[in-house]
Design a protein around this ligand. Structure first.
Ligand code: NQM
Length: 351
């Protein structure tokens, strides 16, 4: 058996093993063969690996030291397919990003700066830099505290994510079709990428209320087929290639807020409904909400002002996104809070 040092982390509402790039093969096909074996893919149950048999628990983080002064560490996120031998490193994952700092400290890649540590992390997926603030009392990442996020039981230490350059992460521009709103098969859509390529559509236009449970939506095979048709068309208009093998764009179906928040969402990532909403998915939906003329703007109950906390409602609660707008109404900065935890450390074994 080959042995691979491994830190199994929860980051926000996702979890998965973290590895050091130096411990993995450089050759991508060989690297992916090892990742698939560790996770137990392809297999919907991932019975022969560490994967948790859902998209949110079939994720991997790969860490290395940055070789420039803009970042401290590099983080490559990999979405591992359950059904196929696919390791997709196209998009970012803001949830796994929340675990990248603690994992880098645990692995000894970097050291803490005091009771609080600020790390600049480059996501190699899209070459985006985030400034991440961790609690590190006694030089170690804290996993206890009063911070609470919907979708995770209990409380923990906060991990603050400050995104510095998210626009056009995968697609190259914030509005990849050049429009705030397009019409596909008679349905108004907003195609947008502020950290995650997302197609935003009014839930009502997809024949749902937008307040259904994740289980109800996942059982709706007609809706799934409609979403995939829309995704293939909108994805091509967004310039994304090889859509069948990609985990982007996601589709967020939006409705008026139901629980005092800004906007209600049900997000497919992209073939099953998210139990909550992805971090950068939420940043992207929040960004659309502040842009007059977008599908999201029409349904949003906006707090207003140049610095806004937008509460993005989702099936298991809400995710608050802080947006700073320029005087011309462009989104200049996005930030939010997550929590993370080291669950296990040891060695993954590969036959
Ligand atoms: O959008 C799910 C998640 C994600 C990605 C997904 C994420 C993000 O909840 O930044 O966090 O949309 O596939 O981990």
């Amino acid at each position: 058996m080959k042995t691979l040092p491994c830190w199994f982390m929860r980051g926000g509402t996702s979890k998965g093993p973290f590895f050091l790039a130096a411990d993995l093969p450089k050759e991508i096909a060989e690297r992916d063969r090892i990742i698939l074996s560790v996770m137990g893919s392809p297999d919907e149950r991932q019975i022969d690996g560490l994967g948790g048999a859902t998209t949110l628990t079939s994720k991997v983080g790969i860490l290395s030291l940055a070789d420039d002064t803009l970042a401290d560490i590099n983080f490559l996120f990999a979405q591992v397919s359950l059904a196929d031998s696919i390791v997709d490193t196209t998009p970012n994952c803001g949830n796994m990003l929340a675990a990248a700092g603690p994992a880098a400290l645990e692995a000894g890649l970097i050291t803490a700066q005091g009771d609080q540590t600020v790390i600049r992390i480059r996501t190699l997926n899209t070459n985006m830099i985030a400034e991440v603030t961790l609690q590190t009392p006694g030089g170690k990442p804290a996993y206890t505290g009063a911070a609470r996020i919907d979708g995770v039981p209990g409380t923990s230490a906060p991990v603050l994510l400050n995104f510095l350059d998210t626009a056009g992460s995968v697609c190259g521009s914030l509005l990849p079709t050049g429009q705030l709103c397009d019409v596909i098969d008679g349905i108004r859509v907003t195609c947008i990428d502020n950290g995650m390529p997302v197609i935003i559509v009014a839930a009502e236009d997809m024949g749902i209320s937008g307040y259904e449970t994740k289980e109800q939506l996942n059982a709706d095979t007609k809706l799934a087929a409609h979403i995939e048709r829309l995704r293939l068309q909108a994805g091509a208009m967004m310039g994304i290639k090889d859509l069948a093998n990609k985990s982007v764009p996601k589709i967020s179906m939006v409705a008026r807020p139901q629980k005092g928040g800004t906007l209600c969402t049900r997000t497919f990532i992209p073939r099953t409904c998210h139990a909550a909403i992805g971090v950068l998915g939420a940043v992207t939906v929040a960004t659309a909400a502040v842009l007059p003329g977008s599908v999201a703007h029409d349904l949003a109950d906006l707090p207003g002002g140049n610095e806004q906390y937008l509460s993005i409602e989702h099936p298991s609660g809400e995710l608050s996104v802080f947006l700073k707008l320029s005087t011309t109404g462009d989104v200049e900065q996005a930030a939010l809070m997550r929590t993370a935890r080291l669950i296990m450390r040891g060695e993954a074994l590969i036959p």
